[in-house]
Write a protein that binds this ligand. Structure first.
Ligand SMILES: *Cc1c(COP(=O)(O)O)cnc(C)c1O
Length: 397
């Protein structure tokens, strides 16, 4: 009998009851805007910022409208100007070069290794071309952060971290997003907490934090930002920083607070599912599992594997055969962008020279979401289906 998976790769869990109740209370109050507080009241948005700053060990936190907005705000806040060059990952998703384009700057892509992290040799080779790196921890794969920070510090490169896939993750127990100048997170439905849309930005730098608060649209109400810098930090910048509205509202913050409290437990649940798929994929001829370094604390909300050296038509056969059995794999090697997958050479507003070594890696990257609504049995079933179909095509090739 041919096994088929009939579940969904895009179904999230419901918002926790506690979050629903908090959201209803905000709606009953009518005070959805973050600066609309009753006397003595601390807005849900402010509480969220205080709690997230404490959770990752950052001095300041700002809640905003999206992860993409957080990244563009971080770039503006550190002083990136139109025409500046910004280094970033060749293997990432569209909002990352998009954030660079949003400030009028130009991405310079840095290659990807077969461990799916930024290529430090390529970064070193390009270090003299820009003084900012927007580092995308794409699909949760953390590069050796000590080596990266040492390289960037010695080259005078300021690092902004895109932690859309590493909220709750760590390198040597240091929470992801706290080693660069600014850490940016997404609270969009398909990330690690779900507010529909939303973003968080953390930094230890008072001036950067002050600029980010002003940029996000605080008018002159920055003193209400209890997770923001002291008011002296605003003196020098408050008249010269434009308002580019992108605040978070209290409704989203109310939904997020209980989810953040539960993040460590969710990580363990994600990782149980990740390890179940990974175990099922091991020892499949033609398929390479990505070995995760011991220094990395992962959040296994998606899994990648490589079909190294496969032809495009063989990869497409695997995709089609898996899909027939209900297993939706994404492929980063396709010539045209499909759904959310896209490659550095599909962002044609960027002048990107070819990167043959990265192209060879990208051509083999298979990607699958691991939603928490999957059971462990379903994870094992999905792995059996992939293993069988990869095996069938590999043998006939
Ligand atoms: C989702 C995502 C973002 C930002 O997401 P928003 O949808 O703007 O919240 C940034 N980087 C990567 C790699 C992402 O997948």
């Amino acid at each position: 009998m041919t096994e088929v998976f009939t579940g969904s790769f895009t179904q999230q869990e419901p918002i926790p009851e506690e979050g629903i109740e908090a959201a209803v209370a905000v709606m009953r109050s009518g005070r959805l805007h973050r600066y609309n507080t009753a006397p003595g009241e601390i807005a849900e948005t402010v509480l969220l910022e205080q709690e997230f700053a404490a959770q990752v060990g950052a001095r300041y936190c700002l809640a905003v409208a999206s992860g993409g907005y957080a990244m563009a705000t971080a770039l503006r806040a550190i002083g990136v100007k139109p025409g500046d060059k910004v280094l970033t990952n060749a293997f990432t998703l569209a909002p990352v070069p998009g954030a660079i384009a949003a400030v009028g700057a130009e991405p310079i892509f840095v290659g990807v290794t077969d461990q799916l992290v930024i290529d430090l040799d390529d970064l070193k080779a390009k270090a003299n071309q820009a003084d900012v790196l927007l580092l995308s921890h794409m699909r949760g794969h953390l590069v050796d952060m000590e080596a990266l920070m040492a390289l960037c510090d010695s080259a005078g490169i300021t690092v902004i971290e895109d932690c859309a896939h590493t909220m709750g993750a760590a390198w040597k127990d240091v929470p992801s997003g706290t080693q660069g100048k600014v850490g940016c997170y997404s609270c969009q439905t398909y990330k690690h907490v779900n507010a529909g849309e939303g973003g968080l930005l953390v930094t230890d730098d008072a001036e950067v934090a002050a600029r980010a608060v002003m940029l996000s649209g605080s008018y002159m109400m920055y003193e209400k930002h209890l997770a923001g810098p002291p008011k002296e930090a605003f003196e020098a910048i408050r008249f010269v920083t434009p308002n580019i509205s992108g605040r978070m509202d209290n409704l989203r913050a109310a939904i997020l607070r209980p989810q953040l409290r539960n993040l460590d437990a969710q990580r363990e649940r994600w990782n149980g599912r990740y390890r179940a798929v990974e175990a099922g994929l091991r020892d499949t001829p033609g398929l390479t599992v990505i070995e995760r370094p011991a220094e990395e604390t992962i959040v296994g909300s998606s899994i990648q594997f490589l079909l190294k050296g496969w032809t495009a038509s063989s990869v497409q056969d695997v995709l089609a055969r898996c899909l027939k059995r209900g297993v939706e794999l994404k492929w980063f090697g396709a010539a045209e962008p499909v759904g959310f997958t896209s490659r550095y050479d599909s962002w044609r507003y960027v002048d990107a020279p070819p990167m043959p070594a990265s192209d060879a890696v990208l051509a083999g990257i298979m990607d699958m979401r691991v939603p928490l609504t999957l059971s462990l049995d379903e994870c094992a079933l999905i792995a059996r289906i992939i293993k069988a179909e990869v095996g069938a095509i590999f043998q006939s090739a």
